[in-house]
Design a protein around this ligand. Structure first.
Ligand SMILES: C[S@@+](CC[C@H](N)C(=O)[O-])C[C@H]1O[C@@H](n2cnc3c(N)ncnc32)[C@H](O)[C@@H]1O
Length: 217
């Protein structure tokens, strides 16, 4: 027996199963047919950019409460599939550069942006190799789940210090609370006027993550 009234009903059900809506931003899950097609033709991601990590949803929720100015220039570091930047481009007309060290994330980012009828600019590179001139145009730097190896702490600290020195106003990093993130937080709180808070969301998933927020004062 066909349980669907018509083909559209079935299509809608499939869509519901494979997407998540977070503050009016559509996220295609790894199980979405188009994502699966991309995975089949792509090399594996080298540094965990293989899905939308939960910290992104919490960061979006935080930014929904503390949004940037309209049309701000934003750098999303370790963007992976780039949902947070896409959210900011879609809802605040932000000019977003989405940076990642892994080129294979780009088609996934483009797909998510297309689904949201918005645009972000992908840049391939290591955040540690960005210069003062590279960072100067940005008002805000964001990152979700980017401090997951001990080796990332020192370069992230240097990157944050350089960003602040050239006038970036805000740096916001969301994390599930891995040990390297806490080391980064200790340094940021002691030396860089950083604040750490816990943020819990119920939608689109029930989860609790941590936000490191640094204001340039
Ligand atoms: C755990 S994933 C998080 C992806 C995305 N932010 C999210 O929340 O879904 C970490 C991402 O950081 C990227 N990454 C790791 N080291 C990096 C570096 N030094 N410079 C830029 N991107 C980096 C990885 O390629 C990966 O896409």
């Amino acid at each position: 027996m066909n349980i669907y009234e018509n083909t559209n009903d079935r299509k809608n059900l499939l869509d519901v199963d494979h997407t998540i809506i977070c503050h009016n931003t559509k996220a295609l899950k790894a199980s979405h047919p188009e994502v699966r097609r991309l995975k089949r033709v792509s090399a594996p991601q080298s540094a965990h950019g293989n899905k939308i990590w939960r910290s992104s949803f919490v960061l979006i929720d935080y930014l929904n409460t503390y949004p940037p100015e309209v049309e701000a220039s934003i750098l999303e570091v370790g963007c992976g599939w780039g949902l947070t930047g896409i959210y900011l481009a879609k809802h605040y007309a932000a000019n977003v550069t989405a940076l990642d060290i892994d080129s294979t994330v780009e088609p996934f980012l483009e797909l998510q942006a297309l689904e949201n009828k918005t645009d972000v600019t992908f840049r391939l590179g290591d955040f540690a190799s960005l210069s003062a001139a590279d960072l100067k145009p940005y008002d805000t730097v964001i990152g979700a789940d980017i401090c997951f190896w001990d080796d990332l702490v020192e370069p992230l600290c240097d990157f944050i210090k350089l960003s602040l020195s050239v006038g970036v106003n805000r740096i916001i990093i969301a994390d599930p609370g891995r040990p390297p993130f806490w080391t980064l937080c200790d340094i940021a709180v002691e030396q860089l006027n950083g604040e750490v808070l816990t943020r819990r969301i119920d939608k689109p998933i029930k989860t609790e993550k941590f936000i490191l927020s640094i204001e340039n004062k």
